[in-house]
Each structure stands twice: as structure tokens, then as C-alpha cells.
Design a binder for this molecule. Structure first.
Ligand code: SF4
Length: 354
């Protein structure tokens, strides 16, 4: 079976060409065609010199070579306003993952998956309820971004993909190496060239991953899903909290902030009667004292297997004000595409029974 060429870093691609007797200079043209232009068909590419054309003819699409194909779309749905589109993409082994493309005025954001399923088991999340299947490769993460860029090109929207969030299926820091390899490809200036500061890694609180991001001074935004301001409140919603307790997580965030100087975005899914009281908001503000924090409040996206309800608009406003009065920027995330099952894992869960 041919290997996905999207898995290769620039150096690895250059190495593959050199190993086949080509000069390194050809790597740049191939990289541009693949990553900047998103070409799937590399045959007779006008920018390629004859040796590279021959290499493509001999190595791309052959069993012992490479392929540059994006995963086919299994299912596609759009929100009623057409601004949010969700794709279930089929990977080489038949696994399916979700990718979401969200439109704003003049720009788009892609939300990609990093694993098929997820081992973290958050009770309100459709992916968590299906369990872990496998890690995605770097190429499978890159291919989701290329899928979104291809959709935008077909729409005539050109290169308007401005932001990337790793908030689809899976826990990105549980698949650290593949995620970092993918982000290096996605932010490479010779190719997709998405600014690192426009990439958000969302974690449920994998402490070793947060510390490693700081140690390696990775230039991405960090979003930490908290959902609870006491150990009991949090571990009832996020089982991973038993492994990385709240105190340890907050200590890791302080250390990350101190060593990188970066703001941390804390995600808080508001669930009626569980974690949406003003007293909880006050406890959260106390917990975050001393951290350069921004809190994103997300009214719950209902899933079939979790009986929690979304917080009322009034209670959302009160929660937000308590945080703001304590000096923390707090925003309420729009529930983009709630009518297209935009909470991660919901589309795959719905299609699994078919
Ligand atoms: S919310 Fe994220 S980390 Fe939690 S189960 Fe779902 S995909 Fe995994």
C-alpha cells in the first residue's frame, strides 16, 4: 500500500528524493505543490523539472511508493445558516473522523481531529463515550486541513483559512509527537503557512503534555478544558482528572505561563445545575488567580448519551460577569452549528448505527 506523502516533514521529503538520486532542490517544488497548492494529482505538474516528473511517475501511486490523496468524504452536513460545515472523513483503514469548517466574515476556522475516538471519557462528549480507537498520523491531521482548504478553493473563497483549532475528536496531547509533526507541516512558510499563533491546542489537562509544550517552547495557543473548580466537580465530568488532579493541572498551567509568557485559554462547558452557579464562578476566579487567563464559556452541546442540559442565557451572563468582575476576560462561545451535531464525535456517533 502506498504511504501517505502528507506524513513526511520537509526534511523527510527531501531525504526521500535524495535517496532516489534527485537533487535536494526538487523538494521545494514538490512541497509547494503538495502543501501550498494542495495538489492531489502530481502528474505533469507545470512547476516540476523533468527529474521530479519522472520521480512522480515512478513513485507516486505505486504500491511501494507514496500517495497524495485526501481522505474521501463519507458524510457531509451543513448548519441551516450554511456557515458551519461538518465532514466525516474516511481514513485508509476505514476509520472515520470529523472535521469542521466554520465561516466568519472573510475568514474561516478549521477544527480537526487528532485521534479516532478518545481515551479521556469526558461524560458530556460523544467521542469520549465511544472510547479510544487509535492515534491519527501526522499526515491524517494535515490532510484534514488540506480538505478544508480544498473546500474553500471550490467555493471560490480562496485562501481564507485563518485559524486552526485542535478540538475535534481526540486529545491532542495524548498523541503529542504526531500532532507536533503535523503542526510543523501546517505552519511551514513554504506550504500552508498558517501562523503558529493562529493554532490552538485544546487539552483536557494532560499535565505531561502541557509541561512538554513549555519545555519545547512550542509557539501555539494552549486551551485547557476545566469544567470544574473543585476536584470532585471536575472529576465527575472529566475522568482524566483522576490521573492529573486539578491542583497538579493548575500548577502545570502556572509553570507553563511563567516559562512561555503566554496567556492560557480555559474552556468551561456550562451544564445546568452542575457547574454554572455564581459560587462556582467565584471559585474558578480564585483558582485562576495569578495566571494570565482567558475563560471561554461554552453552553453544553447536548449529546444523546448524556442527560445534562445547557445553562440558560441568564445564568451564562451571570457566570460571565462574576469572572469579569474578578478581572478575567470571559467570552461566551457561540454554539456554532448546534443543528449539525457540531459537538465533537456527534456525527460519527450518529452514523455508526447505519
Ligand atoms: S472532550 Fe475531548 S478529551 Fe474529552 S472525551 Fe471528548 S474528545 Fe476526548
Amino acid at each position: 500500500m502506498p504511504r501517505a506523502i502528507y506524513d513526511l516533514s520537509f526534511q523527510a521529503l527531501e531525504g526521500a528524493l535524495v535517496a532516489d538520486g534527485l537533487r535536494p532542490i526538487h523538494a521545494r517544488s514538490l512541497w509547494r505543490a503538495l502543501h501550498r497548492d494542495g495538489a492531489e494529482d502530481l502528474t505533469d505538474h507545470p512547476d516540476f523539472l523533468p527529474p521530479l516528473r519522472r520521480w512522480v511517475g515512478e513513485r507516486v501511486g505505486h504500491a511501494d511508493g507514496f500517495h497524495a490523496l485526501r481522505p474521501p468524504v463519507h458524510t457531509e452536513i451543513a448548519s441551516s445558516d450554511g456557515l458551519t460545515r461538518k465532514y466525516l472523513l474516511r481514513l485508509d483503514d476505514g476509520q472515520t473522523v470529523e472535521t469542521v469548517l466554520m465561516g466568519y466574515t472573510g475568514r474561516h476556522t478549521a477544527c480537526v481531529s487528532t485521534q479516532a475516538g478518545c481515551a479521556m471519557g469526558c461524560v458530556f462528549c460523544a467521542t469520549g463515550q465511544m472510547g479510544f480507537v487509535r492515534h491519527l498520523t501526522a499526515g491524517e491531521i494535515v490532510a484534514q486541513v488540506q480538505h478544508c482548504r480544498a473546500v474553500l478553493r471550490a467555493d471560490g473563497a480562496g485562501n481564507t483559512l485563518r485559524n486552526l483549532v485542535l478540538m475535534g475528536m481526540g486529545e491532542p496531547l495524548h498523541n503529542y509527537d504526531a500532532v507536533m509533526a503535523a503542526l510543523e507541516i501546517i505552519t511551514d512558510r513554504r506550504g500552508i503557512n498558517l501562523g503558529p499563533a493562529r493554532v490552538s491546542i485544546s487539552t483536557v489537562g494532560v499535565v505531561p503534555g502541557i509541561l512538554r509544550l513549555a519545555e519545547e517552547q512550542r509557539p501555539y495557543r494552549l486551551a485547557v478544558s476545566l469544567h470544574g473548580a473543585t476536584e470532585a466537580e471536575r472529576s465527575a465530568l472529566v475522568p482524566a482528572s483522576k490521573r492529573w488532579p486539578l491542583a497538579e493541572l493548575i500548577a502545570a498551567c502556572r509553570s507553563y505561563g511563567a516559562s512561555t509568557g503566554r496567556r492560557i485559554f480555559f474552556e468551561w462547558t456550562l451544564i445546568a445545575g452542575k457547574n454554572d452557579s455564581p459560587a462556582t464562578a467565584a471559585r474558578l476566579a480564585e483558582l485562576l488567580q495569578g495566571i494570565d487567563a482567558h475563560v471561554n464559556l461554552i453552553p453544553l452541546n447536548p449529546t444523546g448519551a448524556f442527560d445534562g442540559l445547557a445553562t440558560s442565557a441568564e445564568a451564562v451572563g451571570t457566570f460571565q460577569r462574576v469572572l469579569q468582575d474578578a478581572g478575567f476576560p470571559a467570552t461566551v462561545r457561540q454554539r456554532r452549528g448546534i443543528d449539525v451535531a457540531a459537538g465533537c464525535g456527534q456525527l460519527r456517533a450518529a452514523r455508526r448505527g447505519e
